[in-house]
Ligand binder design. Structure first.
Ligand SMILES: CC(C)(COP(=O)(O)OP(=O)(O)OC[C@H]1O[C@@H](n2cnc3c(N)ncnc32)[C@H](O)[C@@H]1O)[C@@H](O)C(=O)NCCC(=O)NCCS
Ligand SMILES: Nc1ncnc2c1ncn2[C@@H]1O[C@H](COP(=O)(O)OP(=O)(O)OP(=O)(O)O)[C@@H](O)[C@H]1O
Length: 476
């Protein structure tokens, strides 16, 4: 069964696409719906939400107060992280169970509609991902119109998650929903046709290869039988009547074409061995060609997904502050996807997403006169500040790579808390990936470590002062 992720940013049209899939009879697992069930009256996640947020977020009927929770989490990123941490294990358990149910039903395809597919790491369960995409301004207009939000409310929801463009970059298929609904639905039908053809071809290929194995084996095993009986023809004169030309003296017959039995058997065995080895050589060659094509396709996909920009600035800051250039590139990739102008809902700015007070403090440390936060839009300045900060975190956390990456995401205070907690750290000085609390920081760290490896292999050769390689082995 192929699992196909459907994702996209808020109000880009996932539901519109999913409804069409359901109409055509395909199973769709809906992440938002599961989250709603988990927090409905007496839903399994309600008590954990009550403990984390208090009674005021629970309705008298025992369900979560969505309006109040929505207002809180879309204006306070800390609360959003808390909600994500509470929901993560419930959501994961339920999604996995539903995928298994669909598999058990024998369906060849299973769609997983999750707005936060990439943010929450569910892409790893998908064979391919379709992203429903809209240009940002159109997304904003549709969201305001559908939910009656002001521009500010709509923007805070849009900025709470990965941008639509970034999701489209990561996905294997992009469904552009900026045209009419009919256009989008006919694109969905086209994609379904391709998927179903693929399923049929795979099934056919499986059948054909099963059929092909039998004759090869039969050739090796059965063909020798009739041949000796013809070659040895011991009695040409009796039994079956033959034309005169076949009637020769026994001595002549022997000399002209009857081979000794052992030689016949040896020749047949040799032919069988040659046939099997020739066939397996052919199969091996076609396998190698397919592997090579797959490798080239994978490399091209990686090239598209992992661009490198501002390489000179990265190298300059890496050498100035003794930080791995691959780590800087991986942080940029995950913070801004190499977009220097980007600003988050909480005001972090630029390639490495520096907050105003952190940037001002770094400017002071770097003794920069006439500093302004506007300069965080300049790639070389932003990279310089972010790299200085990575080095600073290295000095705080004994250069433990996982601590540095997690502190870049969650803040020093949070990581000090983790180090002090024996659940997360055995020695109080280092963190292990598998022990990290589930949540966005763990996901972020896993992605930075993965991307670090890719940037290191593709673009930089280095001996790293802060080398996340050791932590990478534990990452997903
Ligand atoms: C925050 C909540 C209460 C808002 O409820 P509300 O009814 O206003 O919105 P709804 O559930 O229809 O979600 C609308 C969209 O908001 C976005 N969204 C939902 N949860 C989150 C989140 N934790 N972080 C960022 N965006 C989110 C998604 O794009 C979603 O499609 C609710 O979405 C929720 O309980 N979220 C946590 C569960 C979750 O992670 N759901 C997403 C599963 S993939
Ligand atoms: N091609 C289109 N043209 C015009 N309006 C559209 C189109 N596609 C969807 N819409 C409208 O845009 C709004 C958002 O679409 P939809 O609800 O499918 O998005 P979504 O991605 O599921 O949203 P959410 O992230 O909130 O779950 C809806 O009001 C829908 O009717």
């Amino acid at each position: 069964m192929r699992v196909i992720g459907i994702t996209g940013s808020i109000a880009c049209g996932k539901t519109t696409v999913s409804r069409e899939l359901i109409r055509q009879g395909f199973p769709v697992i809906d992440g938002d719906k599961i989250a709603r069930e988990l927090t409905s009256s007496r839903g399994p996640a309600v008590e954990s939400i009550r403990s984390a947020f208090g009674d005021s977020y629970i309705n008298p009927d025992g369900s979560m107060n969505r309006r109040l929770m929505g207002q809180l989490v879309f204006s306070d990123p800390g609360a959003r992280e808390r909600l994500d941490q509470v929901m993560a294990p419930f959501l994961h358990h339920s999604v996995m169970q539903k995928i298994e149910d669909v598999r058990a039903s024998g369906s060849p395809l299973c769609f997983l509609d999750m707005p936060l597919l990439y943010e929450k790491g569910y892409d790893r369960y998908c064979d391919t991902v379709w992203c429903v995409w809209l240009p940002e301004e159109m997304q904003l207009q549709r969201l305001m119109k559908r939910d009656g939000f002001t521009r500010g409310e709509a923007l805070s929801r849009m900025r709470a998650v990965m941008s639509s463009d970034r999701k489209a970059d990561l996905a294997q298929v992009v469904i552009d929903n900026s045209g009419s609904v009919e256009d989008t639905l006919s694109r969905v039908s086209e994609l379904l046709e391709t998927e179903m053809n693929r399923t049929r071809t795979t099934a056919r290929r499986r059948r054909t290869s099963a059929e092909n194995i039998a004759p090869v084996n039969a050739a090796a095993v059965r063909r020798p039988d009739p041949v000796p009986s013809r070659l040895s023809v011991p009695d040409l004169s009796g039994g079956v009547e033959r034309p005169d030309s076949f009637r020769r003296k026994p001595a002549e017959r022997k000399a002209s074409w009857v081979l000794p039995r052992w030689l016949t058997a040896a020749l047949i065995a040799l032919a069988a061995v040659l046939l099997v080895s020739f066939t397996s050589q052919l199969l091996m060659n076609s396998y190698l060609v397919r592997q090579k094509e797959k490798h080239i396709e994978e490399q091209q996909a990686i090239d598209r997904k992992y661009p490198i920009m501002y390489k000179d600035s990265i190298l300059a800051s890496a050498s100035e502050f003794n930080v791995s250039p691959s780590l800087i590139a991986a942080v940029i990739m995950n913070e801004s996807s190499f977009r220097p102008e980007v600003e988050s809902g909480v005001g972090a700015r630029g390639l490495m997403q520096l907050m105003p007070d952190t940037a001002e403090w770094i400017a002071h440390k770097l003794k920069i006169d006439h500093y302004s936060f506007e300069s965080m839009k300049k790639p070389e300045t932003n990279i310089r500040f972010g790299s200085w900060y990575l080095n600073y975190l290295g000095s705080l956390f004994n250069n433990d790579p996982l601590c540095v990456i997690c502190a870049y995401h969650a803040g020093q205070g949070e990581i000090n808390g983790w180090l002090a907690n024996p659940l997360y750290s055995q020695d109080g000085r280092t963190l292990e990936y598998d022990r990290l609390p589930e949540g966005p920081t763990k996901l972020y760290a896993g992605r930075v470590i993965r991307d670090y490896g890719i940037y290191k292999a593709k673009y930089f050769t280095e001996t790293d002062p802060v080398d996340p390689g050791s932590a990478a082995s534990a990452a997903p």
